[in-house]
Design a protein around this ligand. Structure first.
Ligand code: GLU
Length: 288
C-alpha cells in the first residue's frame, strides 16, 4: 500500500503495435484526470518489448493522439526496450530462489497437450518441468514454477493473505480489497513464461518491475487484465516490490459487441480525428 501522504503517480502504458483506439483513450483519460484531480503525476510508458511488432511510427502516433486529447505527461518517457538489465536482474532473483525452469515447447506442442484455457492464455501443462532441456538445441523460455512460488511465500494460507486494492471494477464488478486464491493461481495462471525465447522479458514481469521502478501508485488498464493482476501481486511479493492500487475499466466494444482491437482502424483515434471528432466527442464516446 502506498502511504496515504504519498503523491499519486498514475500511468498509461500502451504497446506501440498499432494505433490507439477508444479503449486506450479511456485508460489514458482516467489515469490522467485522476492524477490531475489529486495533484499527482501522470506518466506515459511505452511497452515496446515485442521487437517484432513494435513500430516507431506507432510511438509517434500514440504521442500525437494523446496530445490531441489534451493530455500532458512527464518526459523522458520510459521505454521497456531500454530496461533489459532491470528485467534480467528480476529474473536472476527468481532463478536464485529456484522458482524458474527453462521450457523449449512450441505453441503447437502446448496447445496439443493442454486444451485447458486459463485466465489469459492456455495454461502450460508442465511438459518441461523437471526435464533437462540443455541438449534440445532450441531457444528456451523461462517459466515460473507456480507451486514452488506459492510454497516460497509460505503456502496457500499465506497467499490468501496477499491482497490488492481494486478501485475501478473487474469484469464482474469486483471492487475493493481483493485476496489472492492459490488454487486459481495454479489452475488459471499456472507456470507462466516470465522470460521469452527471444531473451526479452514477458509482459507480466516487465509491468511489475516497471510500475515499482516508476513509483506508480495506481495502475489503470482494461478489465481484460484483471485476471492477470493476482499474478502481478504474486510477483511483487516474490521480488519484494510495492503493490500499486489497480483501476480496471470496462472494455469499449464495437457495434457488434466485440472488444476493440488494434486492427479495428475504424475506431482508431486517428480515424475519428480525421473525420472531424473533437476530444470532447471522444470523452462522450467512452462514457465520460
Ligand atoms: N501494454 C498493455 C497494453 O497495451 C497494458 C499494460 C498495463 O497497463 O498494465 O494492453
Amino acid at each position: 500500500m502506498p502511504p496515504a501522504d504519498r503523491q499519486p503517480v498514475e500511468r498509461f502504458a500502451p504497446s506501440p503495435t498499432g494505433r490507439l483506439h477508444l479503449g486506450h483513450a479511456l485508460s489514458a483519460i482516467l489515469a490522467h484526470d485522476a492524477a490531475r484531480a489529486a495533484g499527482g503525476r501522470f506518466l506515459l510508458r511505452i511497452e515496446d518489448l515485442d521487437a517484432g511488432r513494435a513500430r516507431e511510427a506507432f510511438v509517434a502516433g500514440i504521442e500525437a493522439d494523446l496530445a490531441w486529447l489534451g493530455l500532458r505527461w512527464e518526459t523522458p518517457v520510459l521505454r521497456q526496450s531500454a530496461r533489459g538489465a532491470a528485467y534480467a536482474a528480476a529474473l536472476a532473483r527468481l532463478d536464485a530462489l529456484g522458482l524458474l525452469y527453462p521450457c523449449v515447447c512450441t505453441r503447437a506442442e502446448i496447445a496439443a497437450a493442454a486444451p485447458q484455457e486459463g485466465a489469459d492464455e492456455t495454461v502450460y501443462p508442465g511438459l518441461c518441468r523437471g526435464r533437462d532441456v540443455s541438449g534440445a538445441g532450441r531457444p528456451a523460455a523461462l517459466r515460473l514454477a507456480m507451486d514452488r512460488a506459492i510454497d516460497r511465500l509460505g503456502g496457500p494460507d499465506a497467499i490468501r493473505a496477499l491482497t490488492f486494492e481494486e478501485c475501478g471494477a473487474g469484469p464482474g464488478g469486483e471492487t475493493g480489497r481483493m485476496a489472492l486464491d492459490p488454487e486459481a493461481l495454479i489452475a488459471q495462471i499456472g507456470d507462466v513464461a516470465l522470460g521469452r525465447k527471444d531473451g526479452a522479458a514477458s509482459y507480466h514481469l516487465a509491468v511489475v518491475v516497471d510500475d515499482a521502478h516508476q513509483g506508480v501508485t495506481c495502475a489503470t488498464r482494461g478489465e481484460d487484465l484483471f485476471a492477470s493482476t493476482p499474478l502481478h501481486r504474486l510477483l511483487q511479493a516474490l521480488l519484494g516490490l510495492p503493490t500499486p492500487r489497480y483501476r480496471h475499466h470496462r472494455l469499449i466494444r464495437d457495434a457488434a459487441g466485440r472488444r476493440l482491437a488494434k486492427r479495428d482502424d475504424a475506431r482508431a483515434l486517428a480515424t475519428l480525428r480525421a473525420e472531424g471528432a473533437t476530444p470532447e466527442d471522444v470523452r462522450r464516446l467512452v462514457g465520460l
